[in-house]
Design a protein around this ligand. Structure first.
Ligand SMILES: O=C(O)C(=O)C[C@]1(C(=O)O)C=C[C@@H](O)C=C1
Length: 367
């Protein structure tokens, strides 16, 4: 995939290798709340950008939908008094226009907007010829192409200071998280577009304060470039997302407790040891692939027998037996049940796919 010619984060937002920490309330509720939160966050010395929701996309109508343009004045005051660059979410061309007029420094596109190419295009069109950094959250559904498509729309409008925000994905399954982290999505984006900075939004992944440190550390361990965390002067009284906001003090503690790691080390001993271990992995991976190919050859042979004898592909009893035996063997070797199940499921799907192909080809006629 073609790389985006974006500016590295460090070039437009100097800060060494420190993670970019963006914090502030979910919603701008009042001038006092916005200012008090900003002053406390400033005192911590841990935050580099101040955020606040001005227009709030709510699931049901009739709930607090943000103060709109009026609250932009409060952000201006935050800038003047604290020196923080400020950022807010925009969902329409009008939001963009009003934010630019108010001197908002960085814009972000929310998850519910990224799902809709019409909306992202409207924002991109409103930004043509404007030199401003834009951050774009992943769409609510786990669709990497849609996320990249949104980034591309902004990029084509001439925005070259772009940041992707990983905020997790909606899921039917009940879990400890408000939005499933599905880290593989961010990892795939990073792999396809290493030039694009990615930051993580632990507040929306977690939906509660308790899990924030875990997700924030994980983001650092996965080499993400920053965090956007909701912080409120008095979270218990927050009008929106009260459970996931933290006080400025708690935010400072969370950031202070992060272990920062670097993607590489120049230490000679480390490098040679790593090289040795990677050679072992290379050997084992080759063996795994070879064994997998051997297994599939047998599966194909079985497929031919089944076709010639009109026997179904799916053999539930046999498959159950395999699952049970392999899982307990794997467990004894310290492999997790979840991993073993996923691996076996993948193998089974491939077996079925191959046998389906064989079933649909005629046997070679023997004279
Ligand atoms: O044992 C079979 O009948 C096979 O076709 C092999 C296999 C497998 O991959 O192990 C594939 C499909 C069946 O559902 C069960 C097992």
């Amino acid at each position: 995939m073609k790389a985006f010619d974006v500016l590295p984060l460090n070039e437009w937002f100097p800060g060494g290798n420190e993670p970019l920490i963006i914090a502030g309330p979910c919603s701008a509720e009042s001038e006092d709340q916005v200012m008090a939160t900003a002053r406390e966050l400033k005192k911590t010395g841990k935050v580099r950008v101040y955020r606040a929701g001005i227009w709030k996309p709510r699931t049901r109508p009739g709930e607090f939908e943000g103060h709109g343009a009026e609250a932009l004045k409060w952000l201006q005051r935050v800038k003047e008094e604290t020196g923080f660059p400020v950022t807010c979410e925009v969902a329409t061309a009008k939001h963009v226009e009003e934010s630019l007029e108010a001197g908002v420094d960085i814009l972000w596109v929310g998850a519910r907007t990224t799902v809709n190419p019409f909306s992202v295009q409207e924002i991109a069109d409103a930004l043509k010829g404007v030199d401003i950094p834009v951050m774009i959250k992943n769409p609510v559904n786990p669709d990497l192409s849609l996320w990249i498509g949104g980034i591309e729309r902004l990029y084509r409008a001439g925005i070259n200071k772009l940041v992707a925000i990983h905020r997790g994905f909606s899921s039917f399954e009940k879990s400890a998280f408000r939005n499933e982290p599905m880290w593989e999505m961010a990892i795939n984006l990073k792999t396809q577009h290493p030039e694009l900075p990615i930051i993580v939004d632990p507040s929306h992944i977690c939906g509660n304060r308790e899990l924030l440190p875990y997700i924030s550390q994980k983001a650092m361990d996965l080499d993400m470039q920053g965090l956007m965390i909701e912080s409120h002067i008095n979270p218990a009284t927050a009008w929106t997302d009260a459970k996931q906001q933290v006080t400025p003090e708690a935010l400072a503690q969370l950031v202070g407790n992060l272990t920062l790691r670097k993607p590489e080390s120049q230490n000679v001993e480390f490098v040679s040891k790593l090289e040795q271990l990677r050679q072992n992995i290379d050997k084992l991976d080759d063996q795994i692939i070879q064994k997998m190919a051997e297994r599939m050859q047998i599966v194909e042979k079985i497929g031919e027998y089944k076709r010639d004898n009109d026997v179904t592909i799916l053999q539930v009893n046999r498959w159950e037996e395999i699952m049970e035996k392999r899982t307990s063997f794997a467990k004894a070797l310290n492999l997790s049940e979840a991993f073993t199940h996923r691996l076996l499921d993948l193998i089974h799907s491939e077996s079925i796919r191959r046998q389906t192909e064989i079933m649909n080809t005629k046997p070679v006629e023997h004279a």
